[in-house]
Each structure stands twice: as C-alpha cells, then as structure tokens.
Write a protein that binds this ligand. Structure first.
Ligand code: NAD
Length: 244
C-alpha cells in the first residue's frame, strides 16, 4: 500500500507508524503478553504498575535492570533498519511512534521517533521529574544527579500512567494520509485507539503483524508475517512508488 495524499495540499503524503514489541521480537526481545498472560514470567500487575512498584520496588528494579542488560546485548533487525531507511529517504512527514522501551529503532538509524511508553535506558526522578540517560542498574538506589534525592525509577510508563507526548502524536494522526501499525497486539490503550483516530481523519490504514490482532478489523489492509520480512518489502514498495 504506497501512500497517497488524501488531504489535498500536502505532497508527498504524511505517514504515521506505530510499532510494538513484535518489531523487536526477531532481535531476541520477548514480546509483552505470552499466551500465559505473563511478561518474562512475571505478572503484569507486579512489574508494570505504580502499585506493583510501591508494593515491591526491589522486584521491579530487578526486573527492569535485567531488561536493561538484555536490550544492550540485542541488535536492531531488518525491520528496524528498513524503517530507518524510510525515515532517511521519505520526503514527506513521517513520525514513528513506538510503544517499545528498547532503543533498537534509534540504533537502527531512525530519527523521527517518539517513545510513548518511555525508555529502558533512561531513569526518571520521581521527586524532581528529571529524566537521565541510564545504562546501569537502578536497584542499588542511585541518587538523582539533578536533585540528589534517591528517588530514581525506571523511565517506563506503567499501566494507569500517562504516555509521553500524546498531544504531538494526536496532531500527527489527525494530519496523516497513511497509518501503519507494526508488531502490536492492539490490546494496550491509548495506542490501540490510534487506528480509529487516523481513520476518522481520512487516513488509509495498514497493519503488519505476525497474526491477526484485536484491531485487525479496523484496518483497510492487514499483512501477516514476520516484521523482518514484511517491513523491508513494504518500505521498498513505498520508496519505489515515490521514485516511479
Ligand atoms: P504485545 O506483546 O502485546 O504484542 C506483540 C505483537 O507482535 C503480537 O500481536 C504478536 O503477534 C506480534 N509479533 C510477534 N512476533 C512478531 C514478529 N516477528 N513480526 C511481527 N509481529 C510479531 O506488544 P505491544 O502491542 O507492543 O504491547 C505492549 C507493551 O509491551 C508496550 O507497552 C511496551 O512498552 C511493552 N513491551 C516492550 C518491549 C520492547 O521494548 N521491545 C518488549 C515487551 C513489552
């Protein structure tokens, strides 16, 4: 589905891409909800909610410290690299919104990127709100480099918390001509609602996923397969159509 301009004045078309854990699966990073409902053998309520953190901060720190180590050992895959190529070569507006907390999109070379659920390689001070790039553990209670109070937590948006720059994301969705969802189950809101928002603005919608998702019926087209194969093929199609 090469993008066409639906909104008159702008040329070339504006694209918004939403990615989820499936885009990093072929880099060896587990997706969110396995069939047993657990994330890396943990209950989601225990490791991905503010209540879980209050109840057992040591467990939550151990969990994210381990994810931080794993992510730094992983490498971007063909899907990350293809999206970076699109970012470099697409002359129109483009915004890649990722739900992923890994840094594989940016290491693959993507620039027009937003992390709506935060980043593993970042620490947030619950006292002063500063965000700090963080590659080591947080479980040993390091003090915030800005305010010196030992209140650092993973800079990850947990269930019940507000994702990062929603205003900017909704603005892009309302202006886009094509919305593409890659490797996401469509189960986590507000991201799961983006396809409806884009449709309401007149955009065409494409889903690339391993299997049908909860939102598949909302897309104009769904292609099933591995992101490492589907995404490079789609990017080739889009850039080829632009040249032609
Ligand atoms: P999810 O686990 O709910 O869904 C992943 C989707 O990807 C599934 O529909 C699955 O069929 C599909 N998939 C699996 N392997 C694939 C492949 N090789 N190619 C294409 N698709 C594939 O993930 P989600 O929808 O992103 O849900 C979200 C939450 O999980 C987010 O909030 C995110 O912060 C968190 N999370 C992030 C990471 C990461 O940063 N890599 C990893 C796990 C969880």
């Amino acid at each position: 589905m090469p993008p066409s301009n639906n909104h008159g004045a702008r040329d070339p078309a504006a694209i918004v891409i939403l990615t989820g854990a499936g885009v990093s699966a072929e880099s060896g990073i587990d997706t969110f909800r396995a069939a047993d409902g657990l994330w890396e053998q943990h209950r989601i309520e225990d490791v991905a909610t503010p209540e879980g953190f209050r109840r057992d901060p040591a467990l939550v720190h151990r969990f994210y410290d381990a994810r931080r180590v794993a992510v730094q050992r992983a490498e971007p895959n063909a899907a990350h690299r293809a999206l970076a190529r699109l970012d470099a070569e697409w002359r129109g507006d483009l915004l890649i919104v990722t739900q992923n907390v890994d840094d594989l999109h940016e290491r693959g070379g993507a620039k027009r990127l937003l992390h709506m659920h935060g980043e593993l390689l970042s620490a947030l001070c619950a006292a002063c709100g500063e965000r700090h790039r963080w590659t080591g553990p947080l479980g040993d209670g390091p003090a915030c480099p800005a305010c010196s109070r030992a209140a650092l937590r993973p800079d990850v948006v947990w269930f019940g918390e507000m994702p990062y720059p929603m205003e900017r994301i909704y603005r892009a969705l309302q202006r886009c001509d094509l919305f593409v969802s890659i490797g996401t189950s469509g189960a986590v809101y507000p991201a799961a609602g983006f396809v409806a928002e884009a449709r309401a603005s007149g955009a065409r919608t494409l889903e690339l996923n391993l299997e049908e998702s909860e939102g598949s019926a909302l897309f104009d087209e769904t292609r099933l397969g591995r992101a490492g194969e589907l995404v490079p093929a789609w990017v080739e199609e889009v850039l080829g159509a632009e040249e032609g």
